[in-house]
Design a protein around this ligand. Structure first.
Ligand code: ZN
Length: 144
């Protein structure tokens, strides 16, 4: 897998920016909703409904947390595209660090290729590792 070209980097950058914009919008409106739910809880005295309100709120807060994590990964990817990260964008952080962890077929006598396949980057442009490294890591965790 060759290193991404300038044109490809621009494409991923646009993808990342549009994901970021929609996630930020989502998190903003979910936070408003969670806030509204907690305000209602304290002002209105209806014990029967309180259980479900609390449930909704923690569910929303969980979603917000997940989305905030994705937002962070997107911001980090954008930094890497701009050359501000430790590794260039599109490189698998695990393969770059320890190619022996990767389950991707390695060509004999050749240096292991650390670039994440394009199909994966198009699907998850904030990916920091290749699928095969992820599989290797999970397998190790199961053994341990
Ligand atoms: Zn990898």
């Amino acid at each position: 897998m060759p290193k991404p070209t300038k044109a490809e980097l621009n494409k991923y950058k646009k993808l990342l920016q549009s994901h970021l914009a929609s996630l930020r919008g989502d998190v903003g409106s979910m936070r408003d909703e969670a806030l509204r739910a907690s305000e209602q809880d304290s002002s209105v005295d209806h014990l029967a409904d309180q259980g479900t309100d609390n449930y909704d709120q923690s569910f929303l807060l969980g979603l917000i947390e997940n989305e905030e994590e994705t937002i962070q990964m997107i911001e980090e990817s954008l930094d890497r595209i701009d050359g501000d990260g430790e590794q260039p964008y599109g490189m698998c952080l695990f393969c770059a660090d320890d190619p022996s962890m990767c389950r991707r077929k390695q060509q004999k006598g050749k240096k292991h290729d650390p670039w994440i396949p394009k199909e994966r980057l198009e699907y998850i442009p904030w990916a920091r590792n290749c699928v095969e490294s992820q599989a290797g890591l999970e397998q190790d965790r199961e053994i341990a």
